[in-house]
Design a protein around this ligand. Structure first.
Ligand code: DQA
Length: 151
């Protein structure tokens, strides 16, 4: 069995399955598959192995987080609107014990007041927002530094 620690879970929450239908001004007009394709390319360059997961079901998402340490060595998390209110997902993330970077496509700190709140504060290594898809590359850089896959 390989001992390399290079598996990064890229987790998308509610409404990301219809990303291409959402406001292109905010979210860029990409589909989730297109976004994941870009993330795969960046991850490969950094020696990381991405594992993708998306769900609109909070229960399913919590279940995935409960088992995250079997699946991944680190994670990028964009939980969408859950970010701002789901204490259940925050508690599940705390159980996971996997270093996680929070990513948002849009600049959540420059939108409505309620989007400035993240229930993941204190649980994540870093929060990256407002960089569009490039924010995931930045997140992968952070993960790569943590796992030591940087060449
Ligand atoms: C988002 C920001 C959230 O406020 C919103 O509910 C989303 C997407 C982002 O990536 O910018 O669904 O997480």
């Amino acid at each position: 069995m390989s001992t390399a620690k290079n598996r990064v879970a890229v987790l998308h929450g509610v409404n990301f399955g219809v990303l291409e239908k959402r406001d292109p001004e905010l979210y860029g007009g990409l589909s989730l598959s297109e976004l994941e394709y870009r993330i795969s390319g960046w991850a490969g360059e950094m020696g990381l192995e991405p594992i993708f997961f998306q769900s609109d079901s909070e229960a399913e998402f919590c279940g995935f987080l409960h088992r995250l340490d079997d699946t991944a060595d680190a994670a990028l998390l964009n939980a969408g609107a859950w970010t701002h209110y789901s204490r259940a997902i925050a508690d599940a993330l705390a159980v996971s014990g996997v270093p996680t970077v929070e990513v948002h496509l849009s600049d959540v700190d420059d939108r409505e007041e309620w989007r400035k709140v993240s229930v993941f504060e204190g649980l994540v290594v870093e929060k990256i927002a407002g960089r569009g898809p490039e924010g995931y590359r930045d997140g992968l850089e952070v993960v790569s530094g943590l796992l030591g896959t940087k060449s």
